[in-house]
Design a protein around this ligand. Structure first.
Ligand code: SF4
Length: 77
């Protein structure tokens, strides 16, 4: 992992995800669709911060939550 990358905590709210897959298109090493057609984080270090934020912002239902390690919510705003 790039040492300059701060650690982010990324979670998908599976109850909210509608399975359109934009996050997977944006960051396929990090997000994958599971067998229920819901996105999940498969590799928490699979994308850099910019890509993570892009993926979260691409989600039409704000199902992707991004926090810093010390609990500051970065997305959704
Ligand atoms: S972009 Fe949002 S709704 Fe679409 S698969 Fe990802 S988490 Fe689910």
């Amino acid at each position: 992992m790039d040492a300059s990358r701060r650690k982010l905590v990324v979670e998908v709210d599976m109850g909210r995800c509608i399975g359109v897959g934009y996050c997977v298109d944006c960051a396929p090493a990090m997000f994958q669709m599971n067998s229920n057609r819901v996105a999940e984080v498969v590799d928490p270090e699979g994308a850099d911060e910019e890509t993570i934020m892009e993926a979260a912002q691409s989600c039409p239902v704000d199902a992707i939550f991004v926090e810093t390690e010390d609990g500051k919510l970065l997305w959704p705003k």
